[in-house]
Design a binder for this molecule. Sequence first.
Ligand SMILES: [Zn+2]
Length: 223
Amino acid sequence: MTSDSNIQRTLSLGQQIVEMGRRLWIQGMTPGGDGNISVKIDQYTILITPSGISLGHMKLDDIVMVDFSGDVIGNTGKPSMEVNLHLTAYKLRDDIRAVVHAHPPYATVFSCTSEEIPVNLTSEILIKVGEIPKVPFAPPGSIELARLCEQYVINNDAFLLSNHGVVTLGRDLEQAGSRMELVEHISKIALLSRNLKSIEYINTSDMEKLKDIKTGLNRENID
Ligand SMILES: [Zn+2]
């Protein structure tokens, strides 16, 4: 690939971040400057959203490039405080090229309780996202939080941060962003369904079939 096409690809990835930021912000998932998004450029560098700018109002110039040590490349601004969490995902998962962190309200309710999100309510969540476990509490932006996330990054494509929000991973930004929307969607369905008296959950045997479908889809994407 020529350096010109490398620059074009980097600009395109940056533009994808700007557009995804607006998409999540419009849906109320990143209020008040919350949330952060990154994409992997190559084995040395990522692009990540800046600190202190609303995801709904970023420009391409605001996106920050950092190396795998978290150091800013060039004079491109200050990266999100959660940069270590993002780098943890790329270091531990070769198949992951995008990470999204947001505070969507329905899913964040679950992050503030001892309950898990019930993924046995709809087929799509098991096929496209899988289980959504909860990482124990650590302060936002801390090295401790990034370290606590390690085992969840290895085993899951989405997880809750206790009393905080949600992280989703994907082979590209579209998949990571869609997974964030799906986690919020199932959380909303779970909370709304409590108003009804006869919720029917997917049984264990059918859940295994759905997990197999997800495993098959992941393998297809790798191959
Ligand atoms: Zn957060």
